[in-house]
Design a protein around this ligand. Structure first.
Ligand code: SF4
Ligand code: SF4
Ligand code: SF4
Length: 272
C-alpha cells in the first residue's frame, strides 16, 4: 500500500487544465533534487488523451488523463544504473536528475511510454508525483487544478471503494500500476432504422445483439435510433425486428478498432 492516483473518467470534461498545470509547474521551475526543468515542448508528463468513438452523427468522445503509473514493480527502475531511478517509501517512483544523466535506456524501459528524453540536459524525465509539493503538505498540481475532482491522489487504503472495480493500464505486464481508472466507456454499436416507403423512422423496433457468449436487447427510440453501450471489443451479430417489416440481420460487427455506427438502415415492408 502507498500513494496512488484515482481517475474517474466519467468526471473528466477534457478541459486540459491538468496537462497545462503540469507543464507550468515543471517547465518554469526546477525542483531539485526531485526534478530538473522540463522543456517547454516535446514532453507531457501528464497527457489528456482524446478518444473519439463512432462516426458522425453517432459519436461519443471521452478523455483519459495519462501519466506515470508509479508502478509497484517499475520496469524503469530495473533498467537504471547506479540507483538512478528509485522508489520512495510512499511508493512514488522518481528519476534522480543527477544520477540519470546520459541513461537514455531508461526512456525505452517504460512500456507505457511515460518517460521523455530531455535532449538539452541529456536526461530522462517523467511525472514526479509532484513530490516537491507533497513535502509541503500539498497535493500534486494536476489534482489541485482539476475542477471536477476527476483526478484524486492519496493513500490506497483510503480509496478501497474506488479501487474495487477499477482498471489499470496494461495489467497483463504485471508491473502493478498505481494509477487507477473508473468509468472508461466501453464500445458502442448504434444505428437508425427507417421505412423507405413512408420515409419515416421506425420507433420501438426490437434489437437483439449477441457476441456468442452474452446478449443485449434494446428498442429504437423516437428518432429510430438504437444504442448498445459499454460493450466489450469483439465480433457481434445483430437482428432488428419491427411489426410488419422484414427482419434485418448484421453479422460480424467488429468493435475491436472502434465503436460502430451502422448508419441509416432501411427496413422493407413484409409482403403479404
Ligand atoms: S483537469 Fe480534470 S476535468 Fe480537466 S482534463 Fe484534467 S482530469 Fe479532466
Ligand atoms: S509507468 Fe513507466 S515510468 Fe512510471 S513507474 Fe511504471 S515503468 Fe516506470
Ligand atoms: S503529479 Fe505533478 S508531475 Fe505528475 S502529472 Fe501531476 S502535475 Fe505533473
Amino acid at each position: 500500500m502507498g500513494k496512488a492516483f484515482f481517475i474517474d473518467v466519467a468526471k473528466c470534461s477534457g478541459c486540459y487544465n491538468c496537462q497545462f498545470a503540469c507543464k507550468e509547474e515543471h517547465c518554469t521551475n526546477e525542483w531539485l533534487p526531485i526534478a530538473a526543468k522540463q522543456p517547454m515542448t516535446g514532453q507531457f508528463w501528464l497527457k489528456v488523451e482524446e478518444h473519439v468513438e463512432g462516426t458522425k452523427p453517432m459519436v461519443r468522445i471521452h478523455y483519459i488523463p495519462v501519466l506515470c503509473n508509479h508502478c509497484k514493480n517499475p520496469a524503469c527502475l530495473k533498467a537504471a544504473k547506479n540507483g538512478a531511478v528509485y522508489k520512495r517509501e510512499d511508493g512514488l517512483v522518481i528519476i534522480d536528475p543527477e544520477k540519470a544523466v546520459g541513461q537514455k535506456e531508461i526512456v525505452d524501459a517504460c512500456p507505457y511510454g511515460n518517460i521523455y528524453w530531455n535532449e538539452e540536459l541529456n536526461l530522462p524525465q517523467k511525472c514526479t508525483g509532484c513530490a516537491h509539493l507533497l513535502a509541503e503538505g500539498r497535493v500534486p498540481r494536476c489534482v489541485d487544478v482539476c475542477h471536477t475532482g476527476a483526478i484524486r491522489f492519496g493513500d490506497e487504503e483510503d480509496f478501497d471503494d474506488f479501487i474495487d472495480g477499477a482498471t489499470v493500464r496494461m495489467p497483463e505486464l504485471g508491473l502493478g500500476p498505481k494509477v487507477y481508472y473508473r468509468n472508461i466507456p466501453g464500445r458502442f454499436i448504434a444505428g437508425t432504422v427507417y421505412d423507405p416507403e413512408e420515409e419515416e423512422v421506425i420507433k420501438g423496433a426490437k434489437c437483439h445483439l449477441t457476441n456468442g457468449t452474452k446478449t443485449w436487447d434494446a428498442e429504437t427510440d423516437a428518432f429510430g435510433d438504437f444504442w448498445f453501450r459499454d460493450l466489450p471489443r469483439g465480433l457481434f451479430a445483430l437482428t432488428v425486428e419491427a411489426e410488419g417489416f422484414d427482419e434485418l440481420q448484421f453479422q460480424e460487427i467488429d468493435t475491436k478498432g472502434n465503436s460502430i455506427n451502422l448508419g441509416d438502415q432501411p427496413m422493407n415492408r413484409r409482403k403479404a
